[in-house]
Write a protein of this length. Sequence first.
Length: 281
Amino acid sequence: MAPKKIHPAPGQMAYHNAEFMESDAARTIRFLSEFLQPDQIFKQEDIKNTIVFFGSARTLPPDEIKKRRKGCKNKAELKRLDRLSKVAESYNSARELASRLGKWINKQHQGYAIMTGGGPGIMEAGNRGATDVGTPSIGLNIKLPFEQHCNPYLDDALNLQFRYFFIRKYWFLRMARALVIFPGGFGTLDEAFEMLTLIQTDKYAQQMPVVIFDSKFWKTALNWEFFAETGMINPEDLKLFKFCDTVDEAYDFITDALTKQSEGQVTFARTHVEEFESKKK
């Protein structure tokens, strides 16, 4: 197929030509812009470290589900709300955890922020919790035909839009110091397993504490031990992350690891879980 013709105005600079900038020929320029613009913004906003929240865009808080059920006569919608009610508490947990981590962040003065995918659901809850306590709240939005839209709890200067998933993933990881994975679907699995693969293979973030929140959901959705039983991962890889079912446990696990690192102690993902569990005994 022949490339689509572009029509520059006489004397127009190439980068002012929207038709060209949206063309296949300019794809590499768009790549570069999504690498370079966030870097400049984070530097000018003094963002150096992030705690990243992953989770479903579909999650609704319990009170919102109750409100939508009232007077609803659409059977399909009622069934959808019934399904979502099974993980609705995740919204409140994400908001509370982000708020508590935000209070911890505010005392550190180390350029920390709460970062999410910037959309609704768990992403909204994470940003909302950060906003509740005045912590920098970052959203890395992605251009999609459905589901994704900016939530109202993002700092204006830190509300970023991406076209390309792979660059967005780069920025999720680039400054991440901790990761919390709440119940989610294909998108959450994609992001989570890419992060875990980079940690597992010692490519990046070997020191990052990783929380997988709501063990009942995740152990029902995936048989984690079977990965190790069949030799698809090593048994010690199951220590790259910690299952948590309460905000207290997740908060203590993350802040304990990050405090040690800020004090110059070199700790690795596989040891975070072992050390934390030994302290509880």
